[in-house]
Design a protein around this ligand. Structure first.
Ligand code: ADP
Ligand code: MG
Length: 237
């Protein structure tokens, strides 16, 4: 399996090198766990260290919201966009229809339409990396489990042919694995667990196809300069 370094130092060490080139890995965690921040780090380091353009597909935040919050981590997304290294794909159909921030994503969102938009964006800047924030939204488009599974499979298959290395974000708690986690090439999980009156952040590689990655939950923090991962200590239980 050919790997690409994510560019996030601690993470690449836990991964045993990086993530599989051209495949989709899932980055999952509860709200506030740090999914968006880490995934932006993946795109930004790709641009800075490897000159790999990236696209950020957002179902949740508008471009304005994302660019503003990520400034707080020292990521100047506007600059990368101007340089043609970053493309933001707004997939909030509520906003696209001019219905304001509170509108729910309309179920008009169809997978062929979505993948076509993604492909156009990839081609526009020659993207090599992609983030989908969050992929979970696709499961809301279908009523039964079999259809959800089939459509995730189809989606992964189409994305695979685009040749980009992707992080697809999954919104979830810890209780079980979701369909997209079973189907993806890898799973990176972020924890933000309550310990008495505090919360402790952690990161774990649950699976990564074809890679001998480190096992266990490692300390993870969010700082003014993005995410920091400590690859040498496993968290106490
Ligand atoms: N400057 C900062 N320093 C440390 N932590 C921060 C900072 N800014 C935001 N955070 C933390 O990061 C969290 C947001 O992470 P985010 O990537 O949006 O999570 P997710 O996408 O998983 O919901 C906030 O809830 C907050 O706890
Ligand atoms: Mg988020």
């Amino acid at each position: 399996m050919e790997l690409t370094r994510t560019g996030l130092p601690g993470l690449d060490k836990i991964l045993g090198g990086g993530i599989p080139i051209g495949w989709t890995s899932i980055l999952s965690g509860s709200p506030g766990a740090g999914k968006t921040c880490l995934s932006v780090g993946f795109i930004v380091e790709g641009i800075k260290q490897f000159d790999e353009p990236g696209i950020f597909c957002s179902f949740n935040e508008s471009k304005k919201e994302l660019y503003l919050t990520q400034k707080g981590f020292g990521y100047d997304l506007e600059k990368y966009e101007t340089e043609g290294k970053l493309k933001f794909l707004d997939l909030s159909y509520g906003r696209a229809l001019g219905q304001g921030e509170l509108a729910l994503p309309q179920i008009k969102l169809d997978l062929p339409g979505l993948t076509k938009k993604i492909k156009e964006s990839i081609d526009a800047i020659g993207a090599r990396r992609m983030v989908i924030d969050p992929l979970t939204i696709i499961s809301l488009l279908f009523d039964d489990v079999r259809e959800v599974r089939y459509n995730f499979l189809r989606f992964f298959d189409v994305i695979r042919r685009f040749g980009v290395t992707s992080l697809a974000l999954a919104e979830k708690g810890l209780e079980s694995f979701s369909v997209e986690e079973f189907l993806a090439a890898g799973i990176i999980r972020l924890y933000n667990e309550r310990l008495g009156a505090k919360r402790q952040r952690g990161i774990e590689i649950v699976k990564m196809r074809g890679i001998n990655h480190k096992r266990g939950i490692f300390p993870f923090s969010i700082t003014d300069s993005g995410v920091v991962i400590s690859p040498d200590v496993i968290m106490p239980s």
